[in-house]
Design a protein around this ligand. Structure first.
Ligand SMILES: [Zn+2]
Length: 396
């Protein structure tokens, strides 16, 4: 018997626009979670702010909202924060004005990923309007304000708190914009790991006219770069593309034209597949670096100033959850999603320690770019996909 107190369906487009208007650039809450809370509470969700602070990091606002207390627990995870707008003058419309034009909804977060949050909210509302609040299970939204930032005070701590009080999640879908070229063509069932390494290479500074008295640190580094990028790290695995390594900066700071530098700093990032852990990969790369350094002779040294691992690689074996979501995409959007592990990291890397997780959402082509946008029809279709997922997940 549908609950008569359930309000009219919240329109996913209007909700996306309202959320885009909230300037929630990490770590600012910007009113986005407040607005979401005001939308979810009347549907019957128990809303709980899980805000976290940690010395040396920004305070972060997060929202956990759940309806139902027993039965199977389906969680939708996402983030309300957005990346900065970048060069504002390059935008053809205001990044926070949420304008509709030519069938698209424009604005920062339209694709990544306020549109998906709104789509899931509409889906849940429709589902509850039909099935009532006592549908025999639980639905939750786990929305962090710290995904695009350091991701320290967000999903990780929320999951820990839930686990600490004995609250378990059975299955989770993350609403990242995983579609590649057209809606529904891709979902993510794993992600590569990410590791950033900061190096200092030391040689001997000297006058450029006396090469026998110096050991140029830049030349030493160039041999090291060559050793790291000449041979591929691997050829890829069954589910993953080859691991990649990119130098992101090289810093010498030498203004003089007659001095060969004795010190150079550099940084590289690797995106690695499931053939490695961050530890085994680091050992492998360190071997390449040390061999290249030794081959040059002399007394040059390498210091590893910082090694930052923002996530290990992970892979969710296709099973009931992937079948459920792929089936819903197929039936609603008439397209077969590819099960992929490409792209950057996401908070799914934290969730996979707790339950099966996959990512499915809008077309990500414009994410983090100027004039970010989503097709209005895509947001509506996504809402129907999510609703179908809920229907089948909680099939009587
Ligand atoms: Zn995102």
């Amino acid at each position: 018997m549908p609950d008569t107190l359930v309000p009219a369906v919240t329109d996913a487009i209007e909700l996306t626009r309202a959320l885009v208007r909230c300037e929630s650039v990490t770590p600012r809450e910007g009113g986005a979670l407040q607005h979401l809370e005001r939308t979810l509470a009347p549907i019957g969700f128990r809303c709980e702010r899980m805000d976290f602070a940690q010395a040396g990091t920004d305070d972060v606002a997060n929202l956990y909202a759940r309806i139902g207390s027993g039965g199977k627990h389906f969680c939708f995870a996402g983030h309300s924060d957005v990346v900065p707008v970048g060069d504002l003058s390059s935008w053809t419309i205001g990044p926070f004005s949420a304008e509709l034009s030519n069938g698209y909804l424009f604005g920062r977060g339209a694709a990544d990923m306020k549109g998906a949050i709104a789509a899931f909210t509409e889906a849940a509302q429709r589902f509850i309007a039909r099935r009532g609040r006592d549908f025999g299970g639980s639905i939750s939204l786990l929305i962090t304000g710290d995904e695009e930032g350091p991701a320290v005070n967000g999903t990780v701590k929320m999951l820990k708190r839930l686990a600490g009080r004995g609250e378990t999640i059975d299955d989770c879908v993350v609403g990242e914009p995983t579609s590649s070229r057209r809606f529904g063509d891709m979902m993510k069932i794993g992600r590569r790991g990410s590791m950033t390494v900061d190096l200092t290479v030391r040689g001997i500074q000297g006058h450029v006219g006396y090469p026998e008295r110096l050991d140029n640190a830049v030349h030493r580094l160039s041999a090291i770069i060559e050793a790291l990028v000449r041979e591929p790290i691997d050829k890829g695995s069954t589910h993953f593309q080859p691991s990649s390594l990119q130098f992101t900066t090289v810093d010498v700071g030498n203004k003089a034209t007659n001095i060969a530098p004795g010190v150079v700093k550099a940084r590289f990032n690797t995106r690695f597949n499931d053939l490695w852990t961050s530890k085994t990969l680091f050992t492998h790369l360190q071997g390449r670096i040390e061999r290249a350094n030794a081959a040059l002779g002399g007394n040059g040294t390498i210091e590893y100033d910082n090694v930052e691992v923002s996530g290990e690689s992970f892979y969710t074996q296709p099973g009931p959850l992937t079948d459920l979501v792929a089936g819903a995409v197929r039936d609603v959007a008439a397209i077969e999603p590819e099960l992929s592990t490409t792209g950057g990291t996401s908070d799914a890397r934290f969730i996979r320690a707790y339950c099966p997780v996959l990512e499915f959402g809008l077309v990500g082509e414009t994410m983090h770019k100027v004039d970010e946008k989503s097709a209005v029809t895509d947001i509506r279709t996504l809402a129907r996909v999510y609703e179908t997922v809920l229907d089948r997940y909680f099939a009587a």
